[in-house]
Design a protein around this ligand. Sequence first.
Ligand code: G4P
Length: 532
Amino acid sequence: MSLSLSEEAGRRRTFAIISHPDAGKTTLTENLLLAGGAIRAAGEVAARGERRRTTSDWMKIERDRGISVSASVMTFEYNGNVYNLLDTPGHEDFSEDTYRTLTAADCAIMVLDAAKGIEPQTLKLFEVCRMRDIPIVTFINKLDREGLDPLELLDQIQEQLQLDTAPLYWPAGSGQRFGGMIDMRTGEFLHYSKRTATEGLTPGTSARVALEDVRADVDPGALDELDEGSEMAREMLPKMDRQSFLEGHMTPIVFGTALRHFGVGELLATLEEFAPPPRPQSCHKKDAEHVIARDDKGVSGFVFKIQANMDPNHRDRVAFLRLCSGEFKRGMKLKTVAGKQLNIHNPMMFLAQDREIAETAYAGDVIGVPNHGQLRVGDSLSETGDIKFAGIPNFAPEILRRARPKDPMKAKHLRKALESLSEEGVTQLFIPAIGSDMIVGAVGALQIEVMAERMVTEYNLDVVFEAAPYNVARWIAGDEAKLAAFLDKNKSASGTDLDGAPVYLAKNAWDVGYAQEKNPDLRFTATKERAV
Ligand code: G4P
């Protein structure tokens, strides 16, 4: 049976997982993929997570393009829906990469370690989701270990994230005493035992029984906690309201233990019930504001990530295109607003189960477009070439370094490499107005390390990254004449970025404040949306 465009797009759920390192993102990913039948053996994803833990190993993975390209998005089907799980980079730095990936997600799962609650990185990533109005489902993980009181955890979410919490389940104890959880809406009990029968169940889900029937098998203390906690939650907490969730005011809560395969199917069922299908995307069409719906006929999408291809000898790149509308077919021609046309003969698709449908893709899906550098992060592609989605911003770097080739003869070569990596979005490149310095900017330290590594392995360049004379970069915009006058007066503290946009290169934040005060008609901004 073939589905209509609207049905195909409507059954897509594109999401990312956000968490503090070690909360269990990799384990959960693996179990979601297992439940969805996209991988067969446990350990496939965990091995990757394990290797990622140290910086150098993470870079080894990055070099091993095969793994990292195919792992950037993982697609699986579950109960008739198609899930696209976007892989947010697993390192501790907040990087632009994470932000860009989240721009392509319609929903996020926030994983919390039940013993730790909200951790610094959870908070940072949550803020990114909030900026993009991404609704969040919360998975409280590691219930098989002694955890905080669930009410305390929900309180943290309420207090620190200003999100209403709607527990769909309530756990019976934790750690050794963990007995399972009750479905707050139906009153059924999901009995946790390491030997939970799975026969006849949707993969990943647990059997449901009447609590009365298993009371004798559950730790009495855990039962008390369940009775008391769920009672209080019913009285004090709001009921799940999908609209409020979609608007980013409420998060449904699922408890479980990814490692013990408990609660994972219920988490997927929660996505199925509440997660939004591909959202309408605002854009400019022929310079007028416009909204693209997922079932609009013309194919459109935007590039949220670029990755250098597997073969370092060829400068091929893969652009990850998040589709926003239409039915994409292999071999299609798509255009950028700047008029570049790409014949997409060999799109990479990431459908694990059904190779046949890899010939087509719909809104919410991600395809990899091999190209020779024509595409950049933030580019919009469409059949008509007149659609421009809101850009993906650049963030002002927190780290600035002067890049210098050990061999002075290689300066030109270095500049090309830095430009190329900047186009890929690995790091940013600033060229000061005076002198011949090349200033590299990054939001996180790891970006600099990745770049240094790639300089050696891919460009065969020995580069020194040293302290730069500046510590802060801000884009400058405003009245043209005043901007020109400012740049003229501050030649030694200004430059341009990759797109030629003017940048103020300051010694410190105080200088920026001062410049802003003295130049009220100019804007010194920490983000820049790239105009195409
Ligand atoms: P991350 O991607 O968020 O960094 O976390 P990851 O899944 O790698 O999990 C971090 C550690 O937490 C791993 O243990 C993992 O096995 C464990 N873990 C994940 N989910 C659960 C859970 O539900 N219960 C328990 N008890 N542990 C869980 P590790 O010892 O660091 O690694 P490993 O040797 O087990 O792979």
